[in-house]
Design a protein around this ligand. Structure first.
Ligand SMILES: *[C@@H]1O[C@H](CO)[C@@H](O)[C@H](O)[C@H]1NC(C)=O
Ligand SMILES: *[C@@H]1O[C@H](CO)[C@@H](O)[C@H](O)[C@H]1NC(C)=O
Ligand SMILES: *[C@@H]1O[C@H](CO)[C@@H](O)[C@H](O)[C@H]1NC(C)=O
Length: 251
């Protein structure tokens, strides 16, 4: 009876000790963490600090960037560890940094980078399109947060219900396809307009000139062909003429 009480007491002490010393890691960030995210923009620097709380002993820390271990210098592992992202690029958007104890991978904390940048869309374009052919206009709409895109002609929203227009947007490229181009309908300035909650409205213009199909007919070779035919006829006539002259001489 006395013996079993002692064992219970020792177990109780152990449980308390473990409870008090359950280590925990926390991440602090500059710029600060907001709901698990660190918001930043390209060219900026993000510095992250991981610290161990509630530890009786020195704990070694590990950092992972999207699951890949980050190599740390010797003085940057015990109890506290820093990592920097410098400079931040578009490709860092959505990247997850995790800090954990080497001795116990279940003790960890994570943050996610949110890199905000406007779309580039691309330089304005001038296009020559043949009558009755098809044209494809495209804009680079990669951005964070994602943008909404509309297509306009002469600054008026396009009526996409007509069958000549088709649009697509996969978050990287937005396109407007025009089928069976007609000069009276399609000549003019089209534009894609992106609206971003981060950077407002930006646009790219396409100045379209519709050219006649006949203009594409290769005029130079055609003239050369006609000249060759005329010369052949001329030479044939001359040689015939000589024969005729010979006949006259015989007579
Ligand atoms: C560890 O820290 C996080 C964030 O500070 C907190 O939410 C969590 O409850 C802590 N866990 C323990 C076991 O203390
Ligand atoms: C880490 O923390 C433990 C416990 O708080 C402490 O004993 C140890 O000296 C610290 N080590 C370093 C390198 O800060
Ligand atoms: C851009 O989007 C915002 C919010 O979604 C909206 O209030 C604004 O009117 C839009 N601007 C244009 C030019 O569409």
């Amino acid at each position: 009876m006395r013996h079993s009480f002692r064992i219970q007491f020792i177990l109780l002490v152990l449980v308390c000790a473990c409870g008090v010393y359950s280590a925990n890691v926390t991440i602090q960030s500059n710029p600060p963490i907001n709901g698990g995210f660190v918001q930043t923009t390209p060219q900026q620097t993000v510095s992250l600090t991981c610290t161990v709380d509630n530890s009786a002993v020195a704990e070694e820390l590990q950092w992972f960037r999207n699951g890949q271990e980050v190599s740390l210098n010797d003085g940057n592992r015990l109890n506290t560890s820093h990592v920097c992202v410098e400079p931040v690029t578009r490709e860092d958007s959505g990247v997850i940094f995790t800090c954990q104890l080497r001795s116990d991978a279940s003790v960890k904390a994570s943050i996610q980078l949110e890199v905000q940048y406007p779309p580039t869309l691309g330089d304005d374009e001038e296009m020559w399109v043949e009558e009755k052919s098809d044209a494809v206009l495209s804009c680079d709409v990669r951005a964070y947060p994602p943008v909404s895109v509309v297509w306009k002609k002469e600054d008026e929203l396009l009526d996409l219900s007509t069958s000549t227009y088709r649009t697509s947007n996969n978050g990287i490229t937005a396109t407007l396809s025009i089928s069976n181009v007609k000069q009276d309908v399609h000549q003019g300035v089209f534009s894609c307009e992106a609206n971003s909650t981060f950077s407002g409205v930006t646009k790219k213009s396409f100045s379209i000139t519709v050219v006649d199909r006949k203009m594409k007919f290769p005029l130079g070779p055609a003239i050369a062909g006609v000249v060759v035919i005329l010369l052949t006829i001329l030479l044939a006539t001359i040689s015939r003429w000589e024969k005729i002259m010979k006949c006259f001489k015989k007579d």
